[in-house]
Design a protein around this ligand. Structure first.
Ligand code: NAD
Ligand code: LMR
Length: 324
């Protein structure tokens, strides 16, 4: 008999990111082409009809690995026995807003979902928070799930990582997969620090070959503010690239990464970053988990940039103290 399917929950299933993410999941891009998947789609009541439409289209795509699609507005049902949860459902920001402006409204979503995960999810559950502000929302969800190890709650910063790879590859005229040892530290916000100190191309360090003013005045702000740039140019927030990064994050969590990857994971106190803050780190995914690379020598510039973003994470944590 075929093994039972893995159960994957996606919240915000009628939204823009989900419209790309669900197809990648149903095609087997996270768990692999030999693993059947069952999708549980969680939405708010007003969006259930549209979610039924999404489920109809998933069916019409005739994915051989897709064993079932369940549409619900009941978190207990959505997270029942789930092995992987993508917490996407949350309001996106509009032009001129910072992601932290969403905290008061979106933060309230993640406590109840954390509780439902605590009560319903499978023992091996992995949770990736995409909804903004993602790092602090992941902290809220995790704090409300005391029986699930905190290291199973991550926030999406692979998009920032992919943006950094893309910008550097364009600058150097190479392919993104020739680049290694790039990381994005801190918060998924404009304070983040896309760090090229250790970056290599074809095995050779590149930092000393880069124009320092391109690095500090163009590369860092461009990556850190890319979300706003997309909103400005596209008219709405990134969707397909976010879904793609979410697939990258969860796939590597399960199967391992090819070298360094950025993941926002609960700090273990490395580099003096407060334990528990969900922070972007250089990591390697292996044996089913992301491991923080904890033995880098940091220079003053790196320390300063990391501290600025960690300070913002601390202040977000204070702002949601009642939800933790
Ligand atoms: P969207 O507005 O298109 O879709 C969001 C969906 O979530 C809507 O259908 C809405 O009904 C649903 N929703 C709201 N509250 C919910 C709840 N309590 N339970 C279940 N569903 C709920 O937005 P989008 O473009 O898909 O973006 C979703 C979120 O992801 C936003 O907060 C956005 O800022 C964030 N985002 C994060 C990253 C990242 O890299 N971390 C990248 C892009 C977007
Ligand atoms: C992004 O980085 O594209 C998302 O977080 C959306 C946003 O608000 O910038």
């Amino acid at each position: 008999m075929a093994a039972s399917p893995v159960r994957i929950t996606v919240t915000g299933a009628a939204g823009n990111i989900a419209y790309s993410l669900l197809w990648r999941l149903a095609a087997g891009e996270v768990f692999g082409k030999g693993t059947r998947v069952e999708l549980r789609l969680l939405e708010i009541p007003e969006a259930l009809k549209a979610t039924e439409g999404v489920a109809m289209e998933l069916g019409d795509s005739a994915f051989p690995l897709l064993s079932d699609v369940v549409v619900t507005d009941d978190a207990a049902k959505a997270f029942d026995g789930t092995n992987a949860a993508f917490l996407v459902g949350a309001k996106p920001r509009g032009k001129g807003m910072e992601r932290s402006d969403l905290l008061a409204e979106n933060g309230r979503i993640f406590g109840p979902q954390g509780k439902a995960i605590n009560e319903q999810a499978a023992e091996d559950v992995r949770v990736l928070v995409v909804g903004n502000p993602a790092n602090t929302n992941a902290l809220i969800a995790s704090s409300n799930a005391p029986d699930v190890p905190a290291e199973r709650f991550h926030a999406l910063m692979r998009l920032d990582h992919n943006r950094a790879l893309s910008q550097l590859a364009q600058r150097l005229g190479c392919a993104t997969n020739e680049i290694e040892n790039v990381a994005v530290w801190g918060n998924h916000s404009a304070t983040q620090f896309p760090d090229l100190t250790n970056a290599t191309v074809a095995g050779k360090k590149v930092i000393d070959t880069l124009d320092p003013s391109w690095y500090t005045k163009e590369f860092i702000p461009r990556v850190a503010k890319r979300g706003s740039e997309i909103i400005e140019v596209r008219g709405s927030s990134s969707a397909a690239s976010a879904a793609s990064a979410a697939v990258d994050h969860m796939r590597d969590w399960i199967h391992g990464s090819a070298g360094w990857a950025t993941a926002a994971v609960p700090s273990d106190g490395s580099y003096g970053i407060d334990e528990g803050l969900v922070c972007g780190f250089p990591t390697v995914a292996e044996n089913g988990s992301y491991r923080i690379i904890d033995d880098l020598e940091l220079n003053d510039f790196q320390r300063e940039r990391i501290e600025a973003s960690v300070a913002e994470l601390r202040s977000e944590r204070e702002a949601v103290a009642d939800l933790l």
